[in-house]
Design a protein around this ligand. Structure first.
Ligand code: ADP
Ligand code: MG
Length: 728
């Protein structure tokens, strides 16, 4: 086995970076393989074009005759680009993307064939869906699901396939994917936010939620990754002693990008350009061989699709460079893990960012309205927000002093804190003319200036305001953003609905002016949301204590965190906002908790295998070498041998101790798994895996890592941390 390690190393060290030549400007390439507005203008009739635009802007249905026209245009465009197949591209609840390719080619009898693609095939398909997770939504006699075209996300060509973004639903109507609830949540926040924005500008017709994600990832030589069964099977290293040098010198972050990584990035960026993914930023991250990529933000549904697509093509592009992309949140112990900051804001069809301060007191009151309502929404639903980012892999990151804690809080900075303090003092009921003027000039009016030099950015906060957007920093690197974005937009929608009710009551019943009513409601919201605001160090122990006092949840593990997804409060929320019915919400919970169990189960099996079948035999081999050395010394020196063999004998004993430890703990772990597997209640099972199986991982790992320090490097079968992290 150790030969595999050395072969892999040799291969990795012999690689050179792939030459990437870019002959065209990125702006020329941008969207070339997307059936976007400009392509549609070229290929569609006027009727068909406006029908698609209507569907995008107002969610209107596209009739069958028009769908036929669109399909035919898509086909012509695709064929002109050498495309042979089409697929409905969707995001089942595995979190990954799914596709099943069909050829345009069809036979028409008499030995003839043509390329064909009709409206029916564009609009709806019926993939054999029984193998996707469904959490009990589909029992056997209604085992069918179908995919339906989502015109708000444009079709694109990847390779020789036309990909049509679709939703995935059961025949009974329940969503079987991530996209459907997201689209509903975006609809809900649009409706609710538009109603509020109309207080300030009657011309607002639509509000879009924007998302700009920042994708972190590790890039490791392919041969090295493939030499590690744990990386291959679980996406992370289950053992491995830390490298003498890690990230302590801070010499990687923002440093010059290594050649092979840069070639990969350029290659990937070109692919992204063709697919209309507006990538903009690339840099080294904190840990060795860790990097980040960020696009320009987009409408949320599109941004989510683009992130899913990106994660998919990253892998494909990497293989051209003999690299592997690790999207796992914590591939290596002891160095930083990866996250995916979700930058979020709301903007109107009139081009106003509702979370960006404006130029006039009135537009700033609008800003404060959305700003404070968002804070209130997080305060009300902090536990659900935590649930939205829960996964077995993200558990390693949250609260590990490198990522936001499992406690939700909102950071707004010193200046906005003082603005809120002033607003808290607003008079109850009608405001005097003097107070109004004062508020407008000195409080609300000052906002744009103070935000300009707002440089305090608290990196330890899970949800931070950064000038004109909120940044949800606790999202995991391999997560599908739809999950947290569905939650965030739903809770904000709900909050805005409540807000409007309260303001309207004050206007109608108490005859307050609109701005007075808004000030009055915001004042109460500020008072009610205090416990979620936190400006201090989110990594500190003091915060844990403080948060507990404030009554904030601190669900450290996935099984504990996920529960909030099916609390009465959450089920009512999703139902009321038309995002998910009870069946859909419960199904998701079931799928996620089951996934948790399976992830830990797989890790346990892999760790057991590596520890017992790779580590122990290697340790014994080395121990035998020591034993023959000792007996040789005994032959040579007779009674005096201990003088020369003392250290060796100590190592022999040390090895035996660790072997014994590993063996016992692996047995214990297997036994705990067996017991957990017998439980019918999946919640209990998940908790057992979390509290009884998983803790043994660390104990097994400890002994394995100690052996790594003792055993001859030549014999060690597993590629070491320094090799994985520092081979470029
Ligand atoms: P960083 O957080 O690393 O300092 P930036 O704040 O510049 O980086 O931006 C990170 C991401 O935020 C980018 O994807 C960017 O497009 C996105 N972003 C910027 N403005 C907005 C906005 N108003 N709404 C949503 N995302 C935004
Ligand atoms: Mg950021």
């Amino acid at each position: 086995m150790s030969t595999l390690r050395f072969q892999a190393l040799k291969e990795a060290l012999n690689r050179s970076s792939v030459v990437i030549t870019e002959t065209e400007r990125r702006s020329t390439l941008f969207g070339e393989n997307v059936f976007n507005q400009s392509t549609m203008l070229q290929y569609l009739t006027k009727d068909a074009y406006s029908s698609v635009m209507d569907a995008i802007d107002h969610g209107t249905k596209i009739d069958r005759r028009i769908a036929d026209q669109i399909a035919s245009a898509m086909k012509d465009w695709s064929l002109s680009k050498g495309v042979t197949h089409y697929t409905h591209w969707f995001q089942p609840l595995t979190g990954a993307t799914a596709e099943k390719h069909d050829a345009f080619f069809e036979t028409i009898g008499n030995g003839l064939g043509i390329e064909k693609f009709g409206g029916g095939q564009l609009v709806q398909q019926e993939p054999d869906a029984s193998s996707f997770p469904h959490g009990g939504i589909r029992n056997t006699f209604e085992a069918r699901g179908y995919t339906a075209w989502d015109p708000t996300s444009p079709a694109f060509i990847y390779g020789t396939t036309l990909c049509i973004p679709t939703v995935f639903v059961a025949y009974t109507g329940e969503a079987l994917d991530y996209k459907t609830p997201l689209l509903r949540a975006l609809q809900a926040v649009d409706t609710a936010a538009t109603a509020i924005a109309k207080y300030f500008d009657k011309n607002v017709k639509k509000v879009n939620a924007s998302l700009g994600w920042e994708q972190e990832y590790f890039l490791i030589d392919r041969a090295l990754v493939e030499s590690r069964p744990d990386l291959v099977m679980t996406g992370r290293t289950l053992l491995g002693h830390s490298s003498a040098k890690g990230q302590q010198l801070d010499d990687h972050y923002f440093g010059s990008i290594p050649n092979r990584a840069l070639a990969f990035m350029r290659d990937l960026e070109v692919e992204c350009m063709l697919l209309g993914i507006p990538v903009k930023t690339r840099h080294n991250e904190v840990a060795p061989n860790q990097f980040e990529l960020a696009p320009i933000y987009e409408e949320t549904n599109l941004a989510v699709d683009h992130n899913s697509l990106l994660m998919d093509i990253m892998e494909k592009v990497a293989s051209r460079h003999n690299l592997k992309v690790l999207l796992h949140e914590k591939p290596f112990a002891g160095v930083n893990g990866s996250g995916k900051h979700n930058n979020w804001s709301l903007s109107t069809n009139t081009g106003v960012n509702l979370l960006g301060p404006g130029k006039t007191p009135m537009s700033n009151l609008q800003f404060l309205t959305f700003f404070i309502n968002t804070i209130k929404a997080i305060n009300e639903h902090e536990e659900l927000m935590r649930a939205g980012i829960a996964s077995a892999s993200n558990d390693h990151r949250l609260g590990a002093n490198e990522a936001p804690p499992a406690i939700m809080s909102v950071f707004i900075g010193e200046q906005l804190t003082s603005v809120l303090k002033e607003l808290e003092g607003v008079t109850d009921g009608k405001l005097s003319p003097k107070e109004k003027t004062d508020l407008k000039l000195n409080v609300v009016g000052k906002i744009p200036e103070i935000l300009l030099d707002n440089t305090d950015r608290n990196r330890t906060s899970p949800f931070a305001f950064t000038g004109n957007k909120f940044e949800f920093r606790a999202v995991g690197s391999k997560a599908n953003c739809a999950n947290p974005m569905t939650i965030l937009n739903t809770i904000v929608a709900k909050q805005l609905v409540e807000f409007k009710k309260e303001v309207d009551v004050l206007i109608d019943k108490k005859s307050l002016k609109k701005d007075e009513a808004i000030f009055n409601v915001l004042r109460e919201y500020i008072k009610q949301s205090k416990s979620i605001l936190f400006e201090g160090n989110g990594y500190g122990e003091a915060w844990e204590k403080e948060a507990k006092k404030r009554g904030l949840s601190n669900n450290k593990t996935t099984p504990e965190a996920l529960k909030a997804k099916v609390s009465k409060k959450t089920l009512n929320l999703f139902e009321e906002m038309g995002v998910m019915n009870k069946i859909e919400a419960e199904a998701r919970y079931e799928i996620e908790i089951e996934e948790y169990v399976m992830r830990i189960q797989i890790e346990g099996r892999v760790l057991g295998d590596i520890a017992r079948n790779h580590v122990i035999p290697t340790a014994i081999k080395y121990q035998n070498m020591l034993i023959s050395n000792v007996s040789g010394l005994k032959n040579l020196y007779d009674k005096d041998f201990k003088k020369y063999a003392k250290e060796q004998m100590e190592i022999i004993e040390e090895i035996s101790k660790h072997i014994g430890e590993i063996n016992t703990k692996v047995n214990e772990m297997t036994e705990e798994r067996r017991k957990a597997n017998k439980l019918d209640d999946v919640e209990k099972k998940a908790l057992d895996y979390c509290k009884k199986v998983k803790p043994l991982f660390d104990q097994i790992r400890y002994s394995c890592d100690q052996l790594e320090l003792l055993v001859d490097d030549e014999l060690w079968p597993l590629t070491k941390y320094r090799e994985l992290l520092f081979t470029r």
